[in-house]
Design a protein around this ligand. Structure first.
Ligand SMILES: Nc1ncnc2c1ncn2[C@@H]1O[C@H](COP(=O)(O)OP(=O)(O)OP(=O)(O)O)[C@@H](O)[C@H]1O
Ligand SMILES: [Mg+2]
Length: 246
C-alpha cells in the first residue's frame, strides 16, 4: 500500500524564553498508509498537536522532512503549501466552531462554495503553473446542492439540515463539522481530539463515520485522542513519548 505521509526525523524545538528550549518533538519518524485511520496518542504535552500541525503543513519542523502525497513540504513555497492545505486536506477540531448564524446545510455549503470560488479564481490566473489542486477542478463542476445533501445524509443529519448549530447536540455539531471537512474531497483529514468534547456514544459515532469516509470517499485520516477505547479502532496507533514515537 502506498503512503499518504512519510515523516523523517522530525524535530520541533520551541524557544521558551531565558535560553530554555522545549524539545516538543525530538526525532519522530513514521509512515501513514493511504486509506487508513492513524491515531496519535500520548499524555498531555507529548507533542501530538505539534506533530499534527507539522504533518499538515501548518507548522514547519526545526529539522527533518515530511512527504505528503509524494511532495516534500519543506521544499515547497509557502503559497503551494497553502494550496495543498486548501485542496488536499481537511480539518476537524475539538472545538467544533460552526458558523452560528448558518444552518447545518449552509455551514457545509459555505465551505464547498469557498473551495470552488478559490479554485475558479486560481484557474483563471495565468501565472498558475503548478499542478496542486488540478484534480480539484471537478470540485468546481460538481453540483453543490447534491454534494452537500449527500454528505449531510452520510453523517445522518438529513432531517437536521435546516437547524442552527445551537439547535444541535454536540455530537450532531461535530458530524456537521466532519461533513464540512470532507465536502471538497480532500485526500487527508487531520483531526485533533475530535471526540474530546463528546460523550462516549457520540465519540464512537464519529469513529464509525471516519471509517465510512475512508471506505467511501477514499481518504486517509490522522487523528489524536486520549480515549483508550477509541485507540483500538485505529488501523495504526503511534504513541508519542519524550518527543519520539515509541
Ligand atoms: N508555540 C509553543 N511555544 C512553546 N512551547 C510550545 C509551543 N507549542 C507547544 N509547546 C510545548 O510543546 C510540548 C508539546 O505540546 P503539544 O501541544 O504538541 O502537546 P499535546 O500532546 O498536543 O498535548 P495535549 O494532549 O494537552 O493537547 C508541550 O510541552 C508544550 O508546552
Ligand atoms: Mg494537543
Amino acid at each position: 500500500m502506498e503512503n499518504a505521509i512519510i515523516a523523517q526525523n522530525i524535530k520541533r524545538y520551541f524557544k521558551a524564553g531565558e535560553g530554555t528550549t522545549v524539545h516538543a518533538l525530538d526525532g519522530v519518524s513514521m509512515e501513514i498508509k493511504k486509506g487508513t485511520l492513524a491515531i496519535l496518542k500520548g499524555r498531555s504535552g507529548s507533542g501530538k498537536t505539534t506533530l499534527l500541525n507539522i504533518l499538515s503543513a501548518l507548522d514547519m519542523p526545526t529539522e527533518g522532512s515530511v512527504q505528503f502525497l509524494d511532495k516534500n513540504l519543506e521544499q515547497m513555497t509557502e503559497k503551494d503549501r497553502e494550496m495543498l492545505r486548501r485542496y488536499e486536506m481537511g480539518f476537524v477540531f475539538q472545538s467544533i466552531a460552526l458558523i452560528p448564524t448558518m444552518t447545518a446545510y449552509e455551514n457545509v455549503e459555505f465551505a464547498l462554495r469557498l473551495a470552488k470560488n478559490k479554485r475558479q479564481i486560481q484557474k483563471n490566473l495565468t501565472d498558475m503553473d503548478n499542478d496542486i489542486g488540478d484534480a480539484k477542478n471537478d470540485v468546481i463542476n460538481e453540483n453543490t446542492h447534491d454534494r452537500v445533501s449527500e454528505l449531510l445524509e452520510r453523517v445522518g443529519l438529513s432531517k437536521r439540515m435546516d437547524h442552527m448549530p445551537d439547535q444541535l447536540s454536540g455530537g450532531e455539531q461535530q458530524r456537521v463539522a466532519i461533513a464540512r471537512a470532507v465536502v471538497h474531497r480532500p485526500k487527508v483529514v487531520f483531526a485533533d481530539e475530535p471526540t474530546g468534547a463528546l460523550d462516549t456514544a457520540s465519540g464512537f459515532e464519529v469513529m464509525r463515520l471516519f471509517r465510512e469516509l475512508i471506505d467511501d470517499e477514499d481518504i486517509t485520516i490522522v487523528m489524536t485522542t486520549h480515549d483508550p477505547n477509541l485507540m483500538e479502532l485505529g488501523d495504526e496507533v503511534f504513541e508519542l513519548s519524550d518527543g519520539i514515537v515509541i
